[in-house]
Design a protein around this ligand. Structure first.
Ligand SMILES: [Zn+2]
Length: 617
C-alpha cells in the first residue's frame, strides 16, 4: 500500500538508518560517505535527509530506504517492506479494497463517537458534573478543546443509539472497542466517565480512555481494547501535540497517565507524552527513536507505591537499554541513532499532574536533572546497601557488577565502573573482576551445536587434513584472537553454529564452558589451537584486543547469517508453491537478524573510528 511506504519513509530517518551501515559525514544539507555499492576511496555516495533518498555519483545507484535494504540485504520488495515496517512500528495489513473501506468506516465511526462524547461534556443534563470536575482539576477551556476531552453520559446505550442513527452497525461499534455484548444485549463500553481521545501521531482518533470521577466506580481507568486502529503498546498518548516540541528539544518526557501529560502541556512543558500503563515499551521507544532525539526521560510517580516500585520499574527499562544501546550525545551520524534513557522520580506523594499544576518550575528542573538509567539504579542499590559494613559492600559490589554487565557498550561500562568505584571507594579492579564474571555468567555453557550436521566430536575420526586451509578466513581470525586472548570470550557474541569448521566449533564450545586452559584439549584440538596461535596476527593498531575480537566476531556473524539466508532462499525457490510458510518466515527472521547484526558491526566500528569523525562535526 502506498500509504504504508509513505508512513515508513516518514518515520525512519534515512540518515540514521543508512548511517548504521555506512559511515556518513555531514556536508551542507546532505551526508556523504563511501559508496556501499561499489568500491571507492573518495566518497561519492550521498544521502539527502530532506528528499529521503540517496545517490552515488560514481556508480549512479540511487533510491530510498526501501531500495537501499533491497540491494544491501538482497531482499525482495515485500521482505524489505516488512523489515522496515517493523522498524517503523507500522503494522502492515494486507488491505484489499473492501478492507480499506472497512478501515475508513472505522475511522469515521471513531470521529462520530468523539463528537458524541464532546457533546456529552457540553450537555447541560449530563456534562455538568464532568465539567465541574475538570474545572476543579484546573483544566482550562483551551486545554479541554486542544485535547478534545469529552464525557460519556451515564447511559446504557447512548452511544449505541447514536452510532446506529449515523448509519453504523453494532458489529462495527464492537470492532471499534466502543460497544460490548453482554447478557442484556449490546451496550456502551464507556459509561459515566470522562473521555480522553487517544490519537495517532497524525492526530487521528484511534481509541479512547475513560476515567472515573467517582470513588466507588472501578476501575479508575478503562481503555479501548486493541483494535485494527489501535495497538496500545506502540502508541504514545499526546504524541500528535508533543511532536514538534520533542523534535525541537531533542528530548521526550514519558509520564504514565493522560492527565499527567495534559497537565504538563497546560503548564507549558510541551514535549511530554504518556505511555498509558507500563513505563515504556520497546515499540514506543522506537517511535521516539525515529524522531532523532537524544534523551528519553521517564518520570515515575512519587506516590508511595511509585516510590516503592521505582527501582523495579527502572529495572524493567533495562532491556530497552540492552537492545538499543544508548549512546546519544556524541553527535555522530551512525551512533547518534539511539536515544539515552533517563529516569526521574517525582517528590513524595506527587504525580506529574499534581506537580505540573502546583509547581511547574520544579517539574521542569526534575526533568532536566534526571539521572541516566544506570546511575539511577546504582543509586537505588546504594541506598539500600549498608556501605559502612563489609557485608553491605559485598552485596553492593555484586548487584552493581550485575547491572554494569547489562550495559552493552564496553566504553560506557568502563566509565560507569570508574565512577562507581570512585564514589564508593571500592577498588575498581575488584569491581571490574565482578563485572567480567557477571558478563560470563549468563552465557550458559552451550551444549552440542544445534546444527543438524555432525557433532564436533565426530571430527576426531576424520584424518588430520589440510582442512584448515578451507576454513573461512574470518572465522580463523576470530578463533586465533580468542586462543591468544581467551579471557575475552565473554565479549564475543558467537555460537558454535556460527562456525563452519568443526574443530573451531569444538574449540569455541570448550572456551565457552569457561575453561580457558588449552592444555587438557583432545590432541587434535590442541593441535588446532597451536596452529591458530602460531598464525595469529596481533589485532593491528586496535589498542584493545577485546574490541578487535568483538568486531571480528560480529562480522563473522553477519557473514554466517548471509550464508544461511541465501541457503534458505534457495530452498524456498526449490520448494516452489508447496508449503513455504515456514521457510518464508525463516527468511524474514534471518533478514531481520542480519540487519541487526550489521547495525551492530557498524556501531562498533563507528565507535572506534569516532575520534577522527568527530573532528568534522
Ligand atoms: Zn557507487
Amino acid at each position: 500500500m502506498p500509504g504504508d511506504f509513505d508512513t515508513i519513509k516518514e518515520r525512519v530517518d534515512i540518515v540514521a538508518f543508512i548511517g548504521e551501515r555506512v559511515p556518513l559525514k555531514r556536508a551542507g544539507k546532505v551526508y556523504k560517505g563511501l559508496c556501499p555499492f561499489h568500491s571507492e576511496k573518495t566518497p561519492s555516495f550521498q544521502v539527502d535527509p530532506e528528499r529521503r533518498n540517496y545517490h552515488c555519483f560514481s556508480c549512479d545507484e540511487k533510491g530510498d530506504i526501501f531500495t537501499f535494504v533491497e540491494k544491501m540485504d538482497n531482499l525482495d520488495k515485500s521482505e524489505a517492506l516488512r523489515m522496515l515496517a517493523e522498524r517503523a512500528g507500522v503494522e502492515l495489513v494486507r488491505r484489499a479494497p473492501e478492507d480499506k473501506e472497512r478501515e475508513d468506516r472505522l475511522r469515521r465511526l471513531m470521529e462520530t463517537a468523539l463528537f458524541y462524547f464532546r457533546q456529552g461534556l457540553r450537555s447541560p443534563d449530563h456534562g455538568k458534573s464532568a465539567s465541574a470536575y475538570l474545572a476543579r482539576r484546573g483544566m482550562s477551556p483551551e486545554t479541554i478543546e486542544k485535547f478534545g476531552l469529552g464525557y460519556a453520559p451515564e447511559l446504557w446505550d447512548g452511544l449505541l443509539v447514536y452510532l446506529k442513527k449515523k448509519g453504523f452497525t453494532e458489529a462495527e461499534g464492537i470492532t471499534a472497542g466502543l460497544l460490548r455484548t453482554g447478557d442484556r444485549g449490546v451496550y456502551d463500553w464507556f459509561r459515566g466517565r470522562l473521555i480522553v481521545p487517544i490519537k495517532d501521531a497524525r492526530g487521528k482518533v484511534i481509541a479512547f480512555g475513560g476515567r472515573t470521577m467517582r470513588a466507588d466506580q472501578q476501575p479508575k481507568y478503562v481503555n479501548s481494547p486493541n483494535t485494527p486502529l489501535f495497538n496500545k503498546s506502540a502508541t504514545l498518548y499526546a504524541l500528535d501535540v508533543a511532536r514538534a516540541a520533542i523534535r525541537s528539544e531533542g528530548a521526550a518526557v514519558i509520564v504514565e497517565g493522560y492527565f499527567d501529560a495534559i497537565a504538563a502541556h497546560q503548564a507549558g512543558i510541551a514535549n511530554v507524552v504518556a505511555s498509558m500503563g507500563t513505563a515504556l515499551t520497546s515499540e514506543q521507544y522506537l517511535r521516539l527513536q525515529d524522531m532523532k532525539i537524544e534523551r528519553v526521560v521517564v518520570a515515575f510517580d512519587g506516590d508511595p507505591a511509585g516510590q516503592r516500585s521505582a527501582e523495579r520499574r527502572g529495572r524493567d527499562l533495562l532491556p530497552l537499554l540492552q537492545r538499543h544501546s544508548g549512546r546519544a550525545g556524541s553527535g555522530q551520524v551512525g551512533t547518534r541513532g539511539f536515544a539515552s534513557l533517563y529516569v526521574t522520580v517525582l517528590p513524595d506523594g506527587m504525580d506529574p499532574d499534581d506537580l505540573a499544576r502546583a509547581d511547574p518550575a520544579r517539574l521542569r528542573s526534575l526533568i532536566a536533572e534526571a539521572s541516566s538509567l544506570l546511575d539511577f539504579l546504582i543509586g537505588k542499590i546504594r541506598e539500600r546497601s549498608q556501605l559502612e559494613g563489609s557485608e553491605g559492600r559485598l552485596r553492593f559490589l555484586d548487584e552493581v557488577a550485575e547491572l554494569l554487565a547489562a550495559e552493552p557498550d564496553p566504553m560506557r561500562r568502563e566509565v560507569y565502573l570508574s565512577t562507581v568505584a570512585g564514589n564508593t571507594g571500592i577498588d575498581p579492579a575488584l569491581l571490574r573482576k565482578r563485572v567480567d564474571a557477571s558478563l560470563a555468567a549468563p552465557k550458559k555453557a552451550p551444549t552440542a551445536p544445534r546444527a543438524s550436521g555432525q557433532a564436533p566430536e565426530m571430527s576426531d575420526d576424520e584424518p588430520e587434513t589440510p582442512q584448515m586451509k578451507q576454513t573461512p578466513l574470518q572465522e580463523r581470525y576470530v578463533m586465533a584472537l580468542l586462543v591468544r586472548f581467551p579471557e575475552e570470550i565473554a565479549r564475543v557474541d558467537l555460537e558454535p553454529d556460527d562456525l563452519v569448521d568443526p574443530d573451531l566449533r569444538a574449540l569455541l564450545t570448550h572456551l565457552q564452558t569457561g575453561d580457558r586452559s588449552l592444555s587438557d584439549l583432545p590432541a587434535q584440538l590442541a593441535a588446532t589451537a597451536a596452529a591458530l596461535s602460531a598464525s595469529a596476527q596481533g589485532p593491528g593498531e586496535e589498542a584493545d584486543p577485546g574490541q578487535a575480537i568483538e568486531i571480528a566476531a560480529q562480522r563473522l556473524r553477519v557473514q554466517r547469517l548471509r550464508d544461511r539466508l541465501e541457503h534458505v532462499r534457495a530452498e524456498l525457490a526449490r520448494v516452489g508453491d508447496g508449503d513455504v510458510g515456514e521457510l518464508a518466515l525463516e527468511v524474514q527472521q534471518l533478514a531481520t537478524e542480519l540487519v541487526t547484526a550489521m547495525a551492530r558491526v557498524q556501531r562498533r566500528t563507528v565507535l572506534h573510528g569516532g575520534t577522527e569523525r568527530r573532528e568534522n562535526e
